[in-house]
Design a protein around this ligand. Sequence first.
Ligand code: GLP
Length: 240
Amino acid sequence: MQLKVFKNYQEMSKYASQIVLDVVAKNPQCTLGFATGSTPLGLYGYLKQACKDGTSFRDVSAFNLDEYVGLDASHPQSYKYFMQHNLFNELDILPQNCHIPCGVATDLQAECQNYSKQLAKHTIALQILGIGGNGHIAFNEPGTSFQSTTHVVQLSPKTIADNARFFDSIDQVPTSALTMGIGEIMKAQCILVLANGKNKAQAVFNMVKGPISTSCPASVLQTHPNCIVVCDEESASLLN
Ligand code: GLP
């Protein structure tokens, strides 16, 4: 695990964007794994600018990590809406190459199986990840098997409370989600974890220095051969 600490959010986002752009430059037909949440927004800003400046994502395929159950693409808090409005609409990526699990599928189990099947046809060159306050990656909550594939998950009270800030009230936060499994995330050739802010300091510490345990899902990343953690000073403040 490589750790890069930056003075602030802008600097870490810029550095992270260079990692993504290098992967695309090396293989314009690569598959990228994208994440939602507030953390990657700075990085996405730099990717949109790079596209305006001439980098093409036309041949890139995208797989997203997760989606809330019950929210469709028109809901502003759905991850489909998030990706379209915060990134994809301003890239020249082709809509048919952008994959996000469908949270309103009538058969959620079948949707998970289908997502895993699509994913298995690709090798993710670079997976972008955020980290939850409880150490979750994607929506793999504490206790999730490190071998898991795409599945339906009941969100923990901590995750629901953390994500309530995006909704009018906590009652509106979906209580379940579809998420790529940890086993699938770990297959990425390179994993880029982003974290910023004091409220992530304990999770970052547990990910980097804690025991490798399902009680902190992100700790599995210590066993990945090519994982880069890019964070700001506040989120790294518990590390020496
Ligand atoms: C959500 C997402 C995760 C994300 C995490 C952190 O629960 N499912 O993929 O990493 O929140 O979000 P934020 O970046 O807003 O702190």
